[in-house]
Design a protein around this ligand. Sequence first.
Ligand code: A4P
Ligand code: MG
Length: 182
Amino acid sequence: MEQAVEGVIAFIGAGSNLGDSFEACLEAVRRVAALPRTRFLRRASLYRTEPVGSQDQGWFINTIIEVRTDLGPRELLAALQGIEKAMGRGEGRRWGPRAIDLDILLYGPQVLREEGLTIPHPELHRRAFVLVPLTEIASYAIHPAFGVSIQGLLGRLEDRSVVELLLEPQDRRRTAPGKDSR
Ligand code: A4P
Ligand code: MG
């Protein structure tokens, strides 16, 4: 039976640039959708994205998942870290390669700046690989700390890194391991 979820609408960023990143993102979507006290609403398309931060690593596959959840922000973070661990995310270097990275981007209207948890995600407004897929599914959403819509943030964005929409499932072949990942 489908559980009744009151909760808050949260947006979760998923990114991978190790292994079969296309499949890892889809698997992360499935696992997030199966979290307790959480209902999956939708996800953005998959995007192939140029690495931001450390350039000496492969391109990423990124997407964003929208859920309605009764999990508190700390509970949601712990659940996402559990998924990262189960999917083989090791202790890589910061902003370095990873099999799956799950970040809480927005959690309803909440602004949180705590040890180990900042919401909205502190880099959200600076990153094309976040704002492009977020605009696809929630251009109207308001960044609660800035009072500006996602569409508005995209318009102000200085990040010129490449964010390329992938067609599914055709592009899965292009992004499979062993193929040219550029
Ligand atoms: N943390 C604080 N706030 C949050 C939040 N809102 N959501 C803390 C999730 N975690 C949050 O994260 C380190 C700590 O951040 C966690 O312990 C948590 O308590 P991590 O995921 O272990 O480490 P990380 O991902 O290496 O560092 P960080 O700072 O989270 O990096 P980002 O922001 O995740 O960036 N380029 C492209 N094209 N696509 C990408 O997906 N990703 C990154 C990683 C860099 N470049 C990229 C991409
Ligand atoms: Mg992270």
